[in-house]
Ligand binder design. Structure first.
Ligand SMILES: Nc1nc2c(c(=O)[nH]1)N[C@H]1C(S)=C(S)[C@@H](COP(=O)(O)O)O[C@H]1N2
Ligand SMILES: [Mo]
Length: 263
């Protein structure tokens, strides 16, 4: 028969087998607990987490979008006017330039009567003809144009630097906003561009390709060429430009592509 004292001692001195069993139980229990916490976390994310505002993207969950936006902020920090797309000599530019995407191109535009619309305020629209645009300093750029579908090509474009355009037409107040929005005449294709990228020294309103006026399939009379972004942001056939502190609607972002689409 064991004395009380002996029993106490036994509790204090568990056998090796008992110790192992106890440890196994503790780790098994923690495993279950952690897993169910992780599982309810995911369930919350996918079933209960609020969706971000409609129309911004294809409806990512807010917490995920927050993570994406953090990536964007990190991106923007290293993104500065020192961040330039690599340029090439004219001789490396493709003679046969790829054509991709015809959303919003419609019938060829009547170039002679065309006017670019710039919405300064909801009630005030600046109209600029192609001749007026061509009278501004011309900037050329030869760079590697990249499409998200996986192709790239060295291309030669020319037009007016957005910076020069903003200065000439005194749009400094508009340029203080966070985004520019561009749309085609039929509003079928539209992009939103963060202002630092829009004002980037390599971003141009292009009216020439390989020293020739743009052809309709490349966005005549004027398209956006923005070498620090993927092709999807390089809107062809611009009808109007507006400014906003909220993200303007963006065709491919609505299909789930990254809004920023930076390179
Ligand atoms: N209006 C309009 N602009 C557009 C597109 C489009 O379908 N419609 N496609 C975009 C995509 S995905 C790419 S890769 C480039 C292709 O330009 P390119 O046809 O001059 O090669 O245009 C961009 N701009
Ligand atoms: Mo593209």
């Amino acid at each position: 028969m064991q004395s009380e004292k002996n029993k106490e001692q036994e509790k204090g001195n568990l056998t090796e087998g008992q110790k192992i069993r106890r440890r196994t139980f503790i780790s098994f229990f923690s495993f279950i607990a952690l897993n169910s916490a992780a599982y309810s976390g995911w369930r919350w994310l996918y079933k209960k987490a609020p969706e971000e505002a409609a129309g911004i993207t294809a409806g990512a969950k807010k917490p995920l979008r927050r993570a994406l936006n953090k990536t964007e902020l990190a991106f923007r920090k290293i993104f500065s006017p020192n961040h330039f797309a690599k340029t090439y000599p004219k001789s490396s530019a493709a003679k046969k330039v790829r054509v991709n995407g015809d959303i919003g191109l419609g019938k060829p535009v009547d170039t002679a009567n065309w006017k670019l619309k710039v919405v300064k305020t909801p009630g005030e629209v600046l109209q600029v003809s192609l001749e007026e645009l061509k009278a501004l300093p011309k900037t050329e750029i030869i760079f590697d144009f990249k499409c998200v579908e996986g192709w790239d090509q060295i291309q030669h474009w020319a037009g007016v630097k957005l910076m020069d355009f903003i200065r000439h037409y005194h749009l400094e107040e508009q340029a203080k906003m966070e985004y520019a929005g561009l749309v085609t005449p039929d509003k079928e294709y539209y992009v939103g561009i963060d202002m630092p990228s829009f004002l980037h020294p390599q971003t141009i309103l292009a009216y020439e390709m390989n020293d020739q006026p743009l052809r309709p399939e490349h966005g005549a009379p004027v398209r956006l060429i923005i070498p620090v972004k993927y092709g999807i942001k390089n809107l062809k056939n611009i009808a109007s430009i507006s400014f906003s502190n909220n993200r303007p609607p963006d065709y491919w972002a609505e299909q789930g592509y990254d809004y920023y689409s930076g390179l």
